[in-house]
Design a protein around this ligand. Structure first.
Ligand code: EZ4
Ligand code: CO
Length: 401
């Protein structure tokens, strides 16, 4: 069997997605997600100009060899664009292998390690009452884990908080700017968690995402002040370039730490994992080199008692979510999977067999990944430029996020 054709589909059913389809000489095809939020066309060009010509004629059964070929052969290693492109190829090849074998991909990865994939939802609100009712709507739907993001008084435009029915991290074609105040945030957040615990009791799993906005010592203070509320994790407390920051936080607090949604390689987290500076690794299929490379990261994490908590925001397509669920079901050290339902138009363009029930997601039992892209429907939703926002401090300084 040979790879005969490959194409990149860029569409925007509710938001932008980039998808790779590989077609084989046996008439079997596979799909991979290649969406890199706000930088979509760079990955599309990388695939079209530099990767697809290398794939035609290759044996689709050789997943590991193809991964190594694309990674080592480029000379230029790592980086979000490269690793997202490799991820798309890798994901599509796993999809093909599953279809050839007549098995869902989780079976090829070793079979089930659990009955379902525990997920967490995103609660937020523009007032405390709104936030509490948002948490309660997740509890009512069976969620046992909820991410709580709170408004900060006087700062209405905080990333990750919106009343829109479908979460959308990117906004206008060019980046919008929001104002951020660390003192106001640090003063306010503990009281929010106190209220949520009071209302929902001690066992609902609560998470919080800092979006890389603090310095290590500020994050240490936040972690300490949240200890009474027993978070499952505090996410991205500081930018991860300076990994000693995580050691500093660790020295001060028992609040568990999660990081990794912007990581694209095992070398981004090797030290964080080996030195047990984090509790959850949040790398995901589409941005971290596909199923093959993410499995490598997760196996390293397993050795060091670090669990997984893959990124699962709406800018990861149902193709990525399908792949993530197969991996989540199979690995020994799964922790939690982030889950944010897509817009109805996205679900229509990407028909998929995974389903949510009572706090868990279940991957499709169909051969392969159990997801597809309806290309003629996708063509009705052309790409629209969209960017992530940026943050400034009150004096105008450009801030981390
Ligand atoms: O900022 O998906 O945990 N989820 C997040 C998301 C990410 C976006 C980036 O594209 O932090 O909102
Ligand atoms: Co996050």
């Amino acid at each position: 069997m040979r790879i005969e054709a490959a194409r990149v589909i860029v569409c925007s059913p509710g938001r932008n997605f980039v998808t790779l389809r590989l077609e084989t000489s046996d008439g079997i095809s596979g799909v991979g997600d290649a969406t890199l939020n706000g930088r979509e066309l760079a990955v599309a060009a990388y695939l079209e100009k530099h990767v697809i010509p290398l794939l035609i004629g290759r044996d689709p059964a050789r997943i590991e060899d193809t991964w190594q070929y694309l990674y080592k052969g480029a000379y230029w290693r790592r980086g979000p664009v490269t690793m997202t492109a490799i991820a798309a190829v890798d994901t599509a090849l796993w999809d093909i292998k599953g279809k050839v074998a007549g098995l869902p991909v989780y079976q090829l990865l070793g079979g089930r390690s659990r009955s379902g994939v525990s997920v967490y939802g995103h609660a937020n609100g523009s007032s405390l009452d709104g936030l509490l009712s948002s948490v309660s709507s997740f509890v009512d739907r069976g969620y046992r884990a909820v991410r709580v993001q709170a408004f900060v008084p006087g700062f209405p435009d905080i990333y990750g908080i919106s009343s829109a029915p479908v979460y959308e991290p990117a906004s206008a074609a060019l980046p919008t700017e929001a104002v951020w105040s660390t003192p106001e945030y640090l003063a306010h957040i503990p009281s929010v968690f106190a209220r949520v615990r009071e209302e929902f009791g001690p066992t609902l799993r609560l998470l919080h995402d800092v979006h890389h906005r603090l310095t290590p010592i500020e994050a240490a203070r936040l972690g300490k002040s949240l200890e009474p509320y027993a978070l499952t994790w505090l996410e991205d407390p500081v930018p991860a370039e300076l990994q000693d920051g995580y050691r500093l936080i660790r020295q001060h607090t028992t609040t568990p730490l999660a990081v990794g949604e912007v990581f694209n390689s095992i070398w981004d987290c090797e030290r964080l994992i080996r030195e047990q500076l984090i509790d959850y690794i949040r790398a995901t299929v589409v941005h971290a080199g596909g199923i093959t490379h993410l499995r490598r990261i997760f196996d390293l994490a397993a050795l060091h008692h670090v669990r997984t908590g893959s990124h699962g925001a709406t800018d990861l397509s149902p193709v990525c979510m399908s792949a993530a669920l197969h991996l989540d079901l199979a690995i020994p050290n799964f922790g939690l999977q982030e889950y944010m339902p897509h817009a109805p138009a996205t679900d229509e363009v990407f028909p998929h067999g995974y389903r949510y029930a009572d706090g868990y997601l279940h991957p499709s039992e169909e051969p392969g990944l159990g997801v597809d892209i309806d290309e003629s429907l996708a063509a009705k939703y052309p790409y629209r430029p969209a960017s992530l926002p940026v943050n400034r401090l009150e004096d105008g300084t450009l801030h981390d996020w």
